[in-house]
Design a protein around this ligand. Structure first.
Ligand SMILES: [Zn+2]
Length: 182
């Protein structure tokens, strides 16, 4: 079973935590040894887009770890106070400075090993001009035959791109894909 163990110290009082099973629970939780607060850890959503301009897709070269220098779709952790769609649009703006029109939710992938769910929307790029943010070294468009498949940062990005090109070749639309990774 995946256990994140994000809390070595209590976010409430700063005291050290211990992982133990609380009464009436069935798994270990970060429990503060000072104030007794229990801190629950649940999967995080990573939201992003697959931006398309004509025949080309937008990829961003990462300026940060992990996978610095590898190519990814614009994506990142969802923030409190926003919807999935808002998060996907925000990440695309922040990482690529790309102007997009959001389309359908396209890929939902459980990455149980790291406690994440990755969600990608399709998006139409309104212009081929980008203004990459600090997390991106370079944002550029790729035709299918130019995709640097060996330099893709994340398994879920690679899968999303593969499904997109499959769907495009099939020519019957872009239905929602779901998958469990790893
Ligand atoms: Zn505490």
């Amino acid at each position: 079973m995946f256990q994140a163990r994000r809390y070595q110290y209590c976010p409430t009082c700063g005291g050290p935590t211990e992982y133990r099973v609380p009464a009436d629970d069935n798994r270990e939780r970060a429990t503060c040894t000072v104030c007794g607060a229990i801190h629950y850890e649940n999967p995080l959503n990573v939201v992003g887009t697959l931006p398309v301009y004509g025949e080309q897709v937008l990829l961003c070269k990462r300026a940060i770890e992990p996978r610095l220098g590898k190519w990814t779709l614009p994506a990142g952790f969802m923030e409190l106070g926003e919807t999935l769609a808002e998060g996907a649009a925000r990440e695309t703006q922040e990482e690529a400075g790309a102007e997009i029109e959001l389309q359908n939710l396209y890929c939902v992938m459980n990455v149980v090993r790291v406690g994440q769910v990755h969600l990608f929307y399709r998006a139409r790029l309104l212009s081929p001009r980008f203004d990459p943010g600090p997390e991106t070294l370079e944002a550029r468009l790729f035709h299918e035959h130019e995709i640097p498949w060996d330099e893709i940062a994340f398994h879920t990005v690679r899968d999303t791109l593969l499904r997109f090109f499959e769907d495009r070749h099939r020519g019957e639309g872009y239905p929602l894909h779901t998958a469990d990774i790893g």
